[in-house]
Ligand binder design. Structure first.
Ligand code: GLA
Length: 378
């Protein structure tokens, strides 16, 4: 399935883990529409692990939804999700069991793909636990890729092998549209920034059709839910988290409880300027610009379509400080006759064109400034 820009949606795992149910999915679907998430582009509602019975149906060998959690079956859930204008996603695993110890799809790939198609699934997250080591990872993703492409329904293939087996090199060839490149995120600043930093140099492999996925977001969780570890995040932490995912061009999968999200989190996750950067049609990787303050900061620059550019200044330290970028480092020289003009996408502030360097003095601790830029005559 060809996907032109990073997929956007919601996934149950970060907040709910095993605590999923028919009513949770229906209420989440309602909330995604009512909170403007669907309008902003978040169209996939994905049920992660723990949705099935602990064993397959002995008569048919099929995966069966947990009768208590999903008493009306999955087709009924899918129909409801579709009735709200959303797409429906589910989860399985290339091993003999899923990561939370439910039946995996190993040896059942084609049957399971047909089952998902019958449920009305539009998106499959495919994990990597309990995989036989005698089989190379790429074979298992190839197999499910073919099974999904031939199951009679268009299903986005979302691979999740945490960056193992040099996944960047072969995942695009399996038919996957996105692929997890890191271990699991936790709801704290260190985890989210380490995950993002670990993939900056690998975003050159992310392009229309198949995207590097640095995990579902934790923005809005504030220490509640399934992946809370360590210090509870502030709103500033989450602004940096979301801006990083947007600048890098990562898939945007929301992980907080969207039924009770704070208005400021809703506003952040639906920020049209940041989403426009994330969804830029050219899907070019951002690159890092180092300078003497690099130990305290991260500066990312990204070419966008239409002769525009995105610039992100991220202060990863515990105190406020200034940040800058020289125009040389983005490709200008003193004979170019050009200057860099920046507009802060959050405050709207327009800065005067700069020939030599662009500097801001006040990036708060853990905070960021994100700009949309152009080159103008100096
Ligand atoms: C793995 C994945 C997570 C989640 C859990 C479910 O850890 O990386 O994103 O799907 O399994 O058990």
């Amino acid at each position: 399935m060809f996907v032109p820009t990073p997929p956007m949606g919601y996934n149950t795992w970060n907040t709910f883990g095993e605590e999923i149910s028919d009513s949770l999915i229906r209420e989440t679907a309602d909330a995604m529409v009512d909170n403007g998430l669907l309008d902003a582009g978040y169209k996939y509602l994905v049920i992660d692990d723990c949705w099935s019975e602990r064993s397959r149906d002995p008569a048919t060998d099929r995966l069966v939804p947990d009768h208590v959690k999903f008493p009306y079956g999955m087709k009924s859930v899918a129909d409801y999700v579709h009735s709200k204008g959303l797409k429906f996603g589910m989860y399985s695993c290339d091993g003999v069991r899923t990561c939370a110890d439910y039946p995996g799809s190993f040896g059942h790939e084609f049957l399971d793909a047909r089952t998902f198609a019958e449920f009305g699934v539009d998106f499959l997250k495919y994990d990597n636990c309990y995989k036989p080591e005698s089989v190379p990872g790429y074979m298992l993703y190839r197999k499910m890729g073919i099974a999904l492409e031939n199951c009679g329904r268009e299903i986005l293939f979302s691979a999740c092998n945490w960056g193992c087996d040099d996944v960047h090199r072969w995942i695009r060839s399996t038919g996957a549209s996105m692929y997890r490149s890191t271990g699991d995120i936790n709801d704290n600043f260190k985890s989210m920034t380490e995950i993002a930093l670990s993939q900056i140099d690998n975003y050159c492999y992310s392009a229309p059709g198949c995207f590097n996925d640095i995990d579902m977001m934790v923005a809005g969780m504030f220490g509640s839910g399934n992946v809370a570890r360590g210090e509870v995040c502030t709103l500033t932490d989450y602004e940096t988290h979301f801006a990083l995912w947007c600048l890098l061009g990562a898939p945007l999968m929301i992980g907080c409880d969207v039924r009770s999200m704070k208005p400021e989190i809703r506003d952040l996750l639906t920020n049209r300027e940041l989403i426009a950067i994330n969804q830029d049609i050219e899907v070019r990787p951002a690159y890092r610009i180092d300078n003497v303050w690099s130990d305290k900061s991260l500066v990312l620059f990204r070419h966008l379509s239409g002769g525009e550019y995105a610039l992100g200044m991220f202060n990863l330290t515990d105190g406020p400080h200034g940040m800058y970028v020289t125009t040389n480092d983005v490709g200008l020289d003193s004979h170019s006759g050009l200057a860099l003009q920046c507009r802060d996408v959050i405050s709207g502030e327009e800065f005067r064109p700069e020939k030599d360097y662009f500097r801001v003095n006040d990036v708060p601790a853990h905070g960021c400034r994100i700009f949309r830029c152009r080159f103008v005559k100096a």
